[in-house]
Design a protein around this ligand. Structure first.
Ligand SMILES: NC(=O)c1ccc[n+]([C@@H]2O[C@H](COP(=O)([O-])OP(=O)(O)OC[C@H]3O[C@@H](n4cnc5c(N)ncnc54)[C@H](OP(=O)(O)O)[C@@H]3O)[C@@H](O)[C@H]2O)c1
Length: 286
């Protein structure tokens, strides 16, 4: 076992762990919350408790590893945390990091999450480690954040945006990440992962109507109303601000890119929005 996973208790990470386990592969898993340790052990993984924001805790997780998946949640401390992880991995003798990033990092970087990822990517490129980078588009799973209002009112509220956004199911982003972890010919490659469709938010609402069989509307909110609503619902200001920036960039047509990566790398079609909605109909329907 020479692979260390981070972020394994999150949306993508859970799919990655399950995919590796289904192949009979084992990994060490860095996690900060011991509650998931039994689930990981049951899948043949080796849980190690550590906190990526505290570099002093990383030693036992990194010891003896050859490569790591670096997958961290967005936060204002993300760049520092990822840079520290990269430095600690290099110092511990790891040879390779697969970094989970985001669309537009290294390009326009017109929203803060892309800027944060871009900065961490550049640190990785300069680290001397071998690397591979996965940059997913907008997660279909983000619509689950609107599941309450879709169930209760048949509406979802997001910043105003009339341009298409390339969507990806987290399960496809996870499968591409696993392919990068298992294939050293992906070294030095950046994989932008999208599904097979770019859709406007109004088109997403129409698809929801077809698949869920109810009237559903996208309600475009002025940025300040969206910020106030998110903060009122308990979200941090930086998250609201990042989403506003994301859709402001998308409104300039910068998120309408389909990469074909799932088809090329995995030899199959990506999960479509209809399939995602059908799989999560219970969450969206009253
Ligand atoms: N949402 C999108 O549309 C989108 C699109 C492209 C890229 N991305 C990128 O995807 C990444 C998030 O992926 P995700 O949504 O699959 O993850 P997620 O569900 O947000 O989960 C984040 C994971 O990181 C772990 N983590 C956070 N801070 C940690 C720390 N200090 N030490 C150890 N572990 C820590 C969490 O552990 P706990 O269980 O302990 O919290 C969890 O396992 C972000 O970097 C984001 O920029 C998102």
């Amino acid at each position: 076992m020479t692979l260390l996973l981070t972020g394994a208790t999150g949306k993508t990470g859970r799919c990655i762990v399950q995919s590796l386990a289904a192949r009979g592969l084992r990994a060490r898993v860095l996690l900060r919350n011991p509650e998931a340790a039994d689930w990981l052990r049951g899948l043949g993984m080796e849980p190690v408790i550590a906190d990526m924001s505290e570099p002093d805790t990383l030693g036992a997780a990194l010891e003896g590893m050859e490569q790591a998946l670096l997958l961290a949640a967005n936060s204002p401390g993300q760049v520092v945390m990822e840079k520290q992880f990269i430095d600690a991995a290099a110092a511990a003798g790891l040879r390779r990091i697969v970094k989970y990033s985001a669309i537009s990092a290294g390009g326009d970087e017109d929203y803060r999450f892309a800027r944060w990822h871009g900065e961490a990517e550049r640190h990785l490129f300069a680290s001397g480690l071998d690397w591979s980078v996965v940059r997913p588009g907008y997660f279909m799973q983000n619509f689950l954040m609107s599941a309450d209002s879709i169930r209760a009112e048949g509406r979802f509220y997001l910043p105003a945006c009339d341009e298409p956004v390339s969507l990806v199911d987290v399960r496809d982003a996870a499968d591409v990440t696993v392919a990068c972890l298992l294939d050293r010919t992906q070294d030095g490659r950046i994989r932008t992962v999208t599904g097979s469709e770019s859709l406007t938010l109004r088109e997403v609402a129409t698809r929801m109507e077809w698949v869920l069989g109810r009237n559903i509307a996208y309600v475009p909110l002025p940025d300040e109303d969206f910020r106030a609503a998110m903060i009122g619902a308990g979200a941090p200001e930086w998250l609201a601000g990042g989403m506003i920036e994301f859709f402001a960039g998308a409104s300039r047509g910068t998120r309408d890119h389909l990469s074909g990566c799932v088809q090329r790398l995995l030899g199959r079609e990506p999960v479509g929005l209809d399939g995602f909605l059908a799989d999560h109909a219970q969450a969206f329907n009253p």
